[in-house]
Design a protein. Structure first.
Ligand SMILES: [Zn+2]
Length: 116
């Protein structure tokens, strides 16, 4: 978090990362796959609290990365980070597991996506 604050020191970004539950709705304002929330929570054995925690951490990581335009600030940066993170996590072939807690790494699931 300290790196993030240093890089954005000129205009302090509010950490308003939308919770997973808000992304389920088509009107949420984010371009996120319809089943993203369901899949991500399922990956965490239906543990919403854990899924929300990891989701917030992933979006924060993306905010630090090249996934967000350098000039994007505030809500726009958050929006980009949310969409990049969700697209990234929706790609089952590359990331069938959670990069934070590593849930979903079982061989069975990986094998089932191989023939895709
Ligand atoms: Zn996780």
């Amino acid at each position: 978090m300290s790196i993030w604050q240093r890089r954005r020191s000129r205009s302090r970004l509010p950490m308003a990362i939308p919770p997973l539950k808000d992304l389920q709705y088509a009107e949420c304002g984010y371009k996120v796959q319809a089943l993203f929330t369901t899949d991500f929570v399922e990956l965490h054995n239906d543990d919403w609290e854990l899924a929300e925690r990891d989701w917030a951490r992933i979006v924060a990581e993306v905010l630090n990365s090249v996934g967000v335009e350098r000039r994007a600030t505030g809500g726009r940066a958050i929006k980009q980070a949310v969409e990049v993170a969700a697209a990234f996590l929706s790609d089952d072939r590359d990331w069938p597991w959670c990069p934070i807690c590593k849930r979903g790494t079982d061989a069975e699931r990986k094998e089932s996506t191989d023939g895709h």
